[in-house]
Write a protein that binds this ligand. Structure first.
Ligand SMILES: C[S@@+](CC[C@H](N)C(=O)[O-])C[C@H]1O[C@@H](n2cnc3c(N)ncnc32)[C@H](O)[C@@H]1O
Length: 269
């Protein structure tokens, strides 16, 4: 159910609608389609990149769950991914840990409505902004159902490039998470890629509900400062693999890099 009294604006493209279009879903608006087609004209490899990002999120999440035995997962910025022909984070996690507790968060009410209507596996589909960790960790439906003294897996895939200060987000997470917790994140980068396509895509997103910020790879790597960066480190999402078993295709232009980082177990809770 959409929050009563909330006015929804379908006149602007949204990150969730655009992503759903790239992934081959059907949950986009005309504004999403127009912006997505403009992006694809500039960067024809964006839909392929989006699919690689989506697969990275599921692969890294299921690896972290299997590797560290974490059973509490928060997928923040979950997107509208129910109708796409690839396994979601939640399905990937359940394939290795059927008993895992998975909560989905997003700040977009339309995303929440889709996730609530179509998904069965979440313990909760909750409104939350990744820039407001108190709102997320203090959400009334989370309190008492997630034990924050135990490790938690946070998935923040393709969400921090919609945020002004991702370092503050990471600091907020690190302060609140128990030792042994893991964050999986991916982020669009302007390093070693076509600047014309980066600026074209940035411009196309400038009228969307959240503009996109391509950051330098070294600034994205610095988000893991104070964390234990897990192998293979920060790499193109197509090359990220916990066990080295996956290698996707590298594309010519738009790059999205991903990593997994852990709160040191040596740190006092
Ligand atoms: C590109 S989609 C990524 C979906 C999914 N995480 C994935 O990578 O497959 C970005 C999602 O992040 C959400 N989002 C953007 N800014 C956010 C914020 N500050 N807090 C929570 N969600 C946010 C959008 O509404 C959208 O659903």
């Amino acid at each position: 159910m959409i929050t009563p009294g909330l006015a929804l604006d379908f006149s602007h493209a949204t990150p969730a609608g655009l992503y759903n279009y790239y992934l081959g879903g059907r949950a986009w608006t005309e504004a999403d389609r127009e912006t997505a087609e403009a992006v694809i004209r500039i960067s024809p490899d964006v839909p392929a990149m989006a699919k690689e990002n989506f697969k990275f999120a599921g692969r890294a999440a299921s690896w972290a769950v299997a590797e560290y035995g974490i059973r509490q997962i928060l997928d923040i910025g979950v997107g509208i991914v129910d109708d796409v022909p690839l396994d979601s984070v939640e399905i990937c996690v359940r394939n290795v840990a059927p008993d895992a507790t998975v909560f989905a968060f997003d700040k977009d009410e339309v995303v929440l409505a889709h996730a609530r209507a179509l998904r069965r596996g979440y313990l909760g589909v909750l409104r939350g902004d990744i820039t407001d960790p108190d709102g997320i960790f203090g959400h009334p439906e989370l309190v008492g159902r997630v034990d924050l003294t135990e490790p938690v897996l946070i998935i923040a895939a393709a969400v921090l490039h919609f945020v002004d200060d991702p370092a503050a987000v990471m600091a907020g997470l690190r302060e609140r998470l128990a030792p042994g917790s893991v964050v999986v994140l991916s982020h669009a980068t302007k390093t070693r890629t076509s600047q014309a396509r980066v600026s074209g895509m940035t411009k196309a997103y400038s009228n969307a509900s959240s503009p996109i910020v391509f950051r330098e790879e070294e600034d994205i790597a610095a988000l893991a400062d104070g964390w234990d960066l897990l192998p293979p480190g920060l790499v193109d999402v197509q090359l990220w693999s916990g066990d080295g078993a996956y290698e996707g295709e590298l594309y010519e232009t738009i790059r999205v890099v991903g990593m997994a980082a852990r709160v040191s177990v040596g740190r006092a809770a």
